[in-house]
Design a binder for this molecule. Structure first.
Ligand code: PA5
Length: 445
């Protein structure tokens, strides 16, 4: 089956000659360290073999749990933050009808997300919405101790138990967490909820191909086996040490652009369904590479929407940017621009053309303009939006991230910087055990 491809010809003018050949040795060592577990953070490399490690038994079980929620709920709330929600959100948004929430005659429950913020209004309004609704909960936290999802779970679990009764609620709450530690594991075991395990050696942002991503995606009605097959096929290509390997190409080129001062990578889409793929990608690359005072800053824009807000800066502002465009070759639906007898808007020259044809010309025109303006352009091409292609894309970004982080010289699999805000927040909230920190931080106020 054809899959995704990667093009970098519109970046070559910004790079030295033979960029792939000259950097192949360091990239192939990075790849081999990933595959052989010899690099930094090698206790978190479980994601490398994840697509092959997912067995039929686990897939059957996830599909069965999804069936229970699908048959009994109008709404399923997925509770989680960071790597515990972005992968599922990204895949579901990419495949869903753009107006999913307003679809009538639904075959699938509406999947909503909570625990990804501490918004009082968000949670209040969610609770109002769920009043008298048939809903279920998937509560996800690898550590089992993260504040945002814990608050949301405390609220929604109580609401579900009050609305449906404890016995029914027990069937409609599924927890995904560590196999033995953390508050969520203790609570789930005590209450007798169905649980799935996030393997010890898979970090949050690399967990989309575990039950963390697969269960919500299956609940939303999508084919998780095709997603996994896409990842397997990409893995088979991405583990080959060759300058034709697109993960090696992407990792080399983004690091070389970084060295020339291109310190910001904009992930660009021309399809609004990909907005959350970019959010997932931002976490993957930002948390993996942004450390030790280095790392490309991952940002994202939705085109053509943001061409009318950010376009000026990208074309003409400080030249520290490069773009990676995710392009979808074929739309799922076909829609032609109609002829109009008065032609007051002057659009009859487009009559009879597909909307996507206009979009593709916008994409091409933007690429040429931005390259002319000093913004190198990389391109990832998806034949169409499908579970299989998204599986390829997710694994491509993961393995390229591992290679890229090793080329950069960081440990791509830790996130020490995430702890700083938590420590301060707990100190300010007078959490037991944080007495010293509380005194110190209050002196700073
Ligand atoms: O990538 C990571 O490890 C983090 O972003 C986590 O996914 C996030 O902080 C949520 O953590 P947890 O799943 O432990 O609640």
């Amino acid at each position: 089956m054809n899959g995704i491809s990667f093009k970098f010809d519109k970046a070559l003018n910004f790079l030295s000659d033979n960029v792939l050949e000259n950097n192949f040795s360091i990239a192939s060592i990075a790849l081999s360290d990933l595959l052989n577990g010899k690099g930094k953070g090698n206790d978190f490399l479980g994601w490398v073999n994840l697509p092959n490690d997912i067995d039929n038994y686990l897939l059957d079980s996830i599909e069965e749990s999804a069936r229970v929620l699908r048959n009994n709920c109008d709404i399923v709330v997925v509770i989680g933050i960071g790597g515990s929600y972005l992968g599922a959100k990204a895949v579901i948004e990419a495949l869903n009808n753009s107006f999913d929430l307003l679809q009538k005659d639904r075959k699938n429950p509406i999947v909503l997300f909570a625990g990804q913020n501490i918004g009082e209004d968000y949670l209040f309004e969610l609770q109002e919405l769920l009043k008298d609704k048939k809903f279920g909960i998937i509560s996800i936290s690898k550590s089992g101790t993260t504040t945002e999802p814990a608050i949301a779970f405390r609220l929604l679990k109580t609401q579900l138990e009050n609305q449906a009764g404890k016995e029914v609620a027990k069937k409609l709450i599924i927890c995904i967490t560590d196999k033995e530690k953390g508050a969520l594991r203790i609570l789930a075991d005590k209450e007798g909820f169905t649980t799935y395990v996030i393997p010890d050696n898979v970090g949050g942002r690399f967990s989309v191909l575990t039950p963390v991503g697969l269960l919500p995606i299956a609940v939303a009605g999508y084919d998780i086996r095709a997603l996994v097959n896409g990842a397997i096929d990409m893995k088979n290509k991405a583990i080959v040490p060759s300058t034709d390997n697109i993960a090696i190409q992407y990792a080399i080129i983004r690091n070389e652009l970084y060295k020339t001062g291109k310190k910001i990578e904009l992930l660009v889409n021309f399809n609004p369904k990909l907005h959350y793929i970019a959010e997932w990608w931002k976490q993957l690359y930002g948390e993996s590479e942004g450390k030790d005072g280095k790392g490309i800053f991952p940002a994202a824009v939705d085109f053509t929407t943001d061409l009318h807000s950010m376009g000026q800066y990208i074309q003409d502002g400080e030249r520290h940017l490069f773009e990676t465009v995710i392009t979808v070759e074929k739309s799922t639906h076909s829609l032609l621009i109609p002829h109009d007898k008065d032609n007051l808007d002057g659009l009859n020259f487009l009559a009879g053309k597909n909307i996507d044809n206009v979009n593709k010309m916008a994409e091409l025109g933007t690429c040429i303009a931005h390259v002319d303006g000093g913004v190198p352009n990389l391109k990832i091409v998806l034949p169409e939006l499908s579970e299989y292609n998204l599986g390829q894309l997710l694994y491509f970004f993961e393995i390229a991230c591992g290679i890229s982080g090793y080329i950069l010289g960081v440990n791509p699999f830790n996130q020490p910087g995430v702890e700083a805000y938590k420590k301060n927040m707990f100190a300010l909230l007078d959490k037991p055990g944080y007495e010293e920190e509380s005194k110190l931080i209050k002196n700073k106020l």
